[in-house]
Write a protein that binds this ligand. Structure first.
Ligand code: MLT
Length: 324
């Protein structure tokens, strides 16, 4: 009799969440953890999507910035959180793929996180403070070569998208410069505008508003085609560094073990947000492309993340990139 009661109790719980709690989800605000500083690209996209997600879920989705070590602290906070749908991880190619090849993580990117859906992709822009005396990409490379080790490039830490972009640029050009790490490319961009650092290889969504405002200069986009949102910025192929492509895709995850009924509710909220005309416009203005509907599914994001880990880990490990 006792073991029957135990089995019944177990059957009524789903990954530690009672079936009743899963059905009445969400009963309180949800926290979406941004693993970088406020004002940067992950923070911006989180704030664009959190409000419409909250409307669909009938609850507030609160954005929380837990920063440090190229996003590993914030992602770890979610990997260790209760699998009840109240703590989510928003991140991208570097936080949910690259970091696993660089840092001795206390969590497993695939085993400890439940994919909810892919949300967007954007390339990087090679940008500089307008005081840098280079009018195009070839002149930038020539200037860096004439001043080895003098210029500094802002990043969001070892392994971040902006750091990987900088490394890729350095390998392709044979230039020497200093890497200056920040808690996110939001603060790095402020220092670029202020002239404290000279250049960045930064996500388009972060830099574009400042390029439009004339605060920084863009030399090239790391993609095969020009951005619809900024058709005057040449591609790397056109500007003189052919094939220097990097695109940064975004997704949202929950802790592994989150009940399927909650995963489905969260995914439905993501899909509804991405179908919203105002959200689509805001993302398009920032150079973010929304993925096709099938990639917005938990399975679509899971397959992409796994394939990217298989592709990038051998490359990053062979490059011997070490945490600072
Ligand atoms: C951020 O939100 O600050 C960025 O995504 C950092 C990066 O990966 O370059």
């Amino acid at each position: 009799m006792r073991s029957l009661l135990v089995s019944l109790a177990l059957a009524a719980t789903l990954g530690g969440v009672t079936a009743a709690a899963a059905q009445s989800y969400p009963a309180r605000p949800i926290t979406m953890v941004v693993p970088f500083a406020a004002g940067g690209p992950v923070d911006t996209i989180a704030r664009i999507i959190a409000v419409p997600m909250g409307k669909t879920l009938n609850q507030t989705v609160v954005v929380e910035n837990t920063t440090g070590a190229a996003g590993t602290i914030g992602v770890g906070r979610v990997a260790r959180a209760a699998p009840d749908g109240y703590t989510l991880s928003i991140g991208h190619w570097s936080t949910h793929v690259i970091n696993g090849a660089i840092y001795p993580l206390q969590y497993d990117l695939l085993r400890d996180l439940e994919p909810l859906g892919m949300i967007a992709t954007n390339p990087l822009l090679i940008v500089a403070n307008p005081a840098v005396p280079a009018k195009d990409l070839k002149e930038l490379v020539a200037w860096l070569k004439a001043n080895p080790g003098k210029a500094s490039l802002g990043t969001a830490g070892v392994g971040s998208a902006s750091h990987m972009g900088g490394l890729n640029f350095q390998n392709a050009t044979g230039t020497e410069f200093q890497y200056i790490p920040y808690r996110g490319t939001g603060p790095a961009l402020q220092d670029l505008i202020g002239g404290h650092i000279q250049f960045m290889v930064d996500q388009a969504s972060n830099s574009l508003p400042q390029v439009r405002g004339g605060k920084i200069r863009a030399y090239a986009v790391t993609a095969k085609s020009r951005l619809a949102a900024a058709p005057d910025i040449p591609t790397v192929d056109e500007a003189g560094l052919p094939g220097l492509y990097i695109s940064v895709w975004y997704g949202i995850w929950a802790p592994r073990g989150t009940p399927r009924v909650i995963v489905d509710r969260l995914n439905a909220a993501i899909v509804a947000a991405l179908a919203d005309t105002a959200v689509r416009q805001k993302l398009a203005d920032l150079g973010q492309e929304i993925p096709p509907r099938e990639q917005q599914s938990p399975e679509g994001l899971g397959a992409l993340q796994k394939a990217e880990i298989e592709k990038w880990w051998p490359i990053v490990k062979a490059a011997g990139i070490k945490p600072e």
